[in-house]
Design a binder for this molecule. Structure first.
Ligand code: NIG
Ligand code: FE
Length: 394
């Protein structure tokens, strides 16, 4: 069994035991065996190992956990982005443009896009990435989207209810029946989660409840796109169905915040349903950012994710989302880095990632910087010096 010691770490973010909310340790080392962390402690007391990775006094943190991304698609909507920047509003209607291109693409074209974006994210420090379907919207296209997604991630999500496709525009009930029946049956073998875009212009609360409940009955965990474009019932539906995460949360009522806060664990470790904020979407649609402070002050567990997709947020950079959350959403750098690592893990109901402690997966990043603070302090700068996933540096 070969062991690897990452040592000479100037600042180690553990999200476990250590200083402050990030569990920081100074002059630290991490011992890795068989893809797992087996020891964390002071560099001076580090056990012997077969190999050594010298962090050069830099900061090391858990790999980013991007819990919300739509990578299985074809085509490009740069012109839509340019039109928005010239004043057009975002309505979500462009999803159908991507559906057309995705249906027309070959498996290999879709696979190449997923791999390209997954690789792009990995090089930027994302060691876990959730991948949704949702641009196929036929039984065969949703199943193949998830089959391809599952080649690159175990965190796969069936989003057959992304939008009602054009051919069902005047009979949405029939489409919901298709999603709950044959489409779910074909998708479920490749999916871990079910998701619905619950929003005006997409799926109403009754349709969303039916689809999520069907997914749950098929053994999938629940997540939901909620309250992105306006206020609505999505967040409270997510809480009702014990969703791991309610995503976007841009327009929240007091009752929504209370409902999320009401899912708090009794041991003070935060909420069972996580609010996942996706500031790349507000950036790229020039919309008001979600009120992260209100959620955090109410005790709600917050995650940050990219929402990487060709329409509303074509970024794979978690560091960019951290910088936006700090600058535009008044999260502290520590809150934002926690949300992008441990928060994402919580949104996926995982305790083996997002943390560097014995037993955790050896997923980490070495920064080209002395502190995690630089992720927000030096926006747009490629600070990810080295990435380790499962104990391996790809
Ligand atoms: O999360 N909100 C729905 N789905 C995506 C947008 C997808 C698109 O515009 O293609 C989102 O923002
Ligand atoms: Fe999304």
């Amino acid at each position: 069994m070969s062991s690897l010691l990452v040592d000479n770490i100037g600042e180690l973010v553990t999200n476990g035991t250590g200083e402050g909310p990030l569990g920081i340790r100074r002059d630290a080392a991490v011992l890795v065996e068989e893809g797992r962390v087996v020891w964390v402690g002071p560099s001076a007391y580090a056990p012997a190992a077969d190999r050594r990775l010298d962090a050069g006094g830099a900061a090391v943190l858990p790999g980013f956990v991007d819990s919300h991304a739509h990578l299985v698609f074809a085509g490009d909507r740069a012109a839509e982005f340019a039109a928005r920047m010239a004043g057009e509003p975002y309505t979500g209607g462009g999803i159908r443009t991507t559906v057309g291109a995705t249906r027309a693409a070959t498996d290999d074209e879709l696979r190449a896009t997923v791999r390209r974006l997954r690789g792009e994210a990995l090089r930027q420090g994302t060691t876990t990435m959730e991948i949704k379907s949702g641009y196929g919207l036929t039984v065969a296209d949703e199943a193949r989207s998830l089959r391809i997604a599952a080649e690159s991630s175990t965190e796969t999500t069936f989003l057959g209810a992304h939008v009602v496709p054009a051919e069902y525009a005047d009979r949405p009930d029939d489409y919901v029946e298709l999603v709950c029946g044959p489409m779910l049956a074909a998708a479920a073998p490749y999916a871990k989660w079910v998701d619905v875009f619950c929003e005006q212009g997409a799926f109403d609360v009754d349709h969303a409840r039916a689809i999520l409940a069907a997914g749950q009955a098929a053994g999938l965990g629940v997540r939901i796109h909620a309250n992105q474009l306006g206020p609505g019932p999505g967040v409270q539906l997510g809480v009702e169905l014990d969703a791991a995460s309610v995503d976007h949360c841009t327009h929240l009522s007091d009752a929504d915040v209370d409902a999320l806060a009401g899912t708090a664990h009794s041991d003070g470790s935060g909420t069972r349903t996580v609010a996942t904020l996706l500031p790349g979407a507000e950036f790229s649609t020039r919309s008001p950012y979600p009120d992260a402070r209100r959620l955090l002050d109410a005790g709600v567990t917050v995650a940050l994710a990219t929402d990487c997709n060709p329409g509303s947020s074509y970024t794979s950079s978690m560091a960019f989302c951290v910088a936006l959350a700090v600058r535009e959403m008044r999260m502290t750098p520590a809150e934002a880095v926690w949300a992008a690592t441990a928060g994402g893990a919580r949104a996926l109901r995982r305790d083996d990632i997002g943390v560097l402690a014995p037993g955790a997966r050896a997923d980490l990043v070495v920064l080209d910087a002395p502190s995690y603070l630089h992720l927000a302090y030096r926006p747009g700068v490629p600070l990810i010096h080295q990435v380790m996933r499962n104990g391996v540096t790809p």
